[in-house]
Design a protein around this ligand. Sequence first.
Ligand code: PRE
Length: 386
Amino acid sequence: MFSKALPLWSGIYVSDVVVVNKISYSWHSNGRVGSFSLSAQRRETQVEDDKLWPYKQDLGSLSLNQFTDESTLFLKDLNSLPKPLSASELSFSSNGGAKARVAHQGVPGAYSEAAALEAYPKCETVPCDQFEDAFKAVELCLVDKAVLPIENFVGGSIHCNYDLLLQHRLHIVGEVKLAVNHCLLGLPGVRKEDIKRVLSHPQALSQCEMTLNKLGIVRVNANNTAAAAQIVAADGKRDTGAIASSRAAEIYGLNILAERMQDDSNNITRFLILAREPIIPRTDRLHKTSIVVTLEEGPGTLFKALAVFALREIKLLKIESRPKTECPLRVVNDSHNRSAKHFDYLFYIDFEASMTEPRAQYALGHLQEFAKFIRVLGCYPVSTVQ
Ligand SMILES: O=C(O)C(=O)C[C@]1(C(=O)O)C=C[C@@H](O)C=C1
């Protein structure tokens, strides 16, 4: 199964005769690929048919299951293939990313799709079921970039994406700050007062909590905001609405019953743009650097770690701590030892400096003295709100 898959993947990548529409991918607990599926369409067949061997049939949708240990080999082979577009070519490209394929979580009309189009107005967006599918799509060279939400200024951080950043080897090459205007959507002919329950992404529901409380509307979680709109349109229930974008209303044929449903008018979501290769920072724009670090044990290590930036007048933009997943919590037995409980944490730090600046390089060199582990996740231009 697997060995047959390789020519197909190479075909997608090298000859560009097919276009991938939707990807879903899942890992099994033993670290191996559990299942993978994608749907693909053939582009115009300018390439002779024998180049498509062994898949001469129409590529409606296919599913590759039971991957073997050869998956490692497969990934190695993919890495040796010519790269379609480099990160530096695409980033801030004057053509609006015309040739780029950009993966995002959710169906068309999701805010993540809007963020992808904000970054690369002419790109081809590729919807993925889960956040991790978008990471894998970039790693497998099925797309050039992925756009993932990382924090909302009201709802806070999207922790699972912090964890995924460390579990995958992609580079942050940019960020997009998107003003999110949630709308209440309903079936045509339905009034706002008729809506008794709404579907949406949990983050979106939490951003509209007070407004929904006032209206006495019951909340139901959906995979993403646009999927909620899609369900409302398909189910045809007149008492059910969706919290989603105006674009989702347009795509799924719903009416906008109310706009600005969010409790805070300053409802901005920050998205990261991820790529296989880092960008070379430019000197004519303000850059930030994102790192992840775990520190040696001992008193004041976090204080010392942060001091390396303060000493060099480097502004910290964000610090997020996450429990280490492989060693989430280490508790000293209180009955034998009166010292405090210890937790092992990963600290994700964003600071305002480019890795081309000596002060940033010295700061990271200094940080290594207290760090057990440091990884630079990316150095990229600071975005302003769109
Ligand atoms: O559901 C969507 O439309 C998404 O793109 C996801 C998401 C999120 O994960 O936070 C993105 C932006 C909004 O803050 C609400 C939802």
